[in-house]
Write a protein that binds this ligand. Structure first.
Ligand code: GLP
Length: 241
């Protein structure tokens, strides 16, 4: 595990963007896992900007996001599909055949989870995962207590986040919302992981995840066991390690 600390949030965004671009250039058939949220918006914008100014070959690049919301329309601005499409995939011109995402609506999410993993495997398996970390240490949508051997599944959402999604989507009250997320085992099978965090609000959980014991109480702590993992932080997120 290596730790890289960037002096400012802007330097973090640039460094993370270049990690993504370097992966694309060094292996033009890369399968790259992204994360949505505040942490990744800046890096996605920079990758898009660099690509539009200096296009490079992405004709064999496959993208996916580590998780997706369920039981709401894919066109909802907060769906992971739509966020990654608008933030990055459209700018790179990546078609849906190489943007591997499960549907947001289905009668059988267990089947969708299996099909998603099969498509990722058929594309060659994930080369890189840019992995966000939640304030409670979640990765993807795998909340504390999720077994490390979990396979891609529908996890309950964090209640605060769920309340916001409900307000924004106006889904009927009876509709169960969840998150289809790659399991911890699937995430760990990615060839290379970059755990990313910025901001002082992440400092405590980052320190506990990478300096504390490996425990299912903090799902992100599992990355300590990964053979090729970088922890990429801005100075604020690194302030307690
Ligand atoms: C959500 C996403 C995760 C992401 C996390 C951190 O839970 N499902 O994939 O890593 O938020 O988000 P933020 O970067 O906004 O803190």
């Amino acid at each position: 595990m290596t730790i890289t600390v960037c002096p400012t949030p802007e330097a973090f965004d640039r460094t993370a963007a270049w990690r993504i671009i370097a992966q694309m250039l060094s292996k033009p058939s890369s399968v790259i896992g992204l994360s949505t949220g505040q942490t990744t918006m800046g890096m996605h914008r920079i990758v898009s900007d660099i690509f539009s100014g200096h296009p490079f070959d992405v004709s064999r690049i496959t993208l996916f996001n580590v998780d997706e919301l369920t039981n709401l329309p894919r066109s909802y601005a907060g769906s992971c599909y739509t966020m990654i499409r608008t933030q990055l995939a459209d700018a790179l011109g990546i078609p849906d055949e190489r943007f591997l995402m499960p549907p947001t609506e289905s009668d059988d999410f267990a089947l969708e989870a299996r099909l998603w993993e099969e498509r990722l495997a058929a594309a060659g398996g994930a080369d890189l995962q840019m992995l966000g970390i939640g304030l409670n240490g979640h990765i993807g949508i795998n909340q504390p207590g999720t077994p490390f051997e979990s396979e891609t599944w529908v996890s309950p959402m964090d209640p605060g986040f769920e309340a916001r999604v409900r307000r924004e989507t106006q889904v009927p009250p009876g509709t169960e919302l969840g998150g289809l997320t790659r399991g911890i085992r699937n995430i760990m099978h990615t060839r290379r992981i970059i755990l990313i965090a910025k901001g002082a609000h992440k400092a405590d959980i980052v320190a506990r995840a990478i300096r504390g014991p490996v425990t299912t109480d903090i799902p992100a702590s599992v990355v300590q066991l990964h053979p090729d993992c970088e922890i990429l932080l801005d100075a604020a997120a690194a302030s307690m390690i």
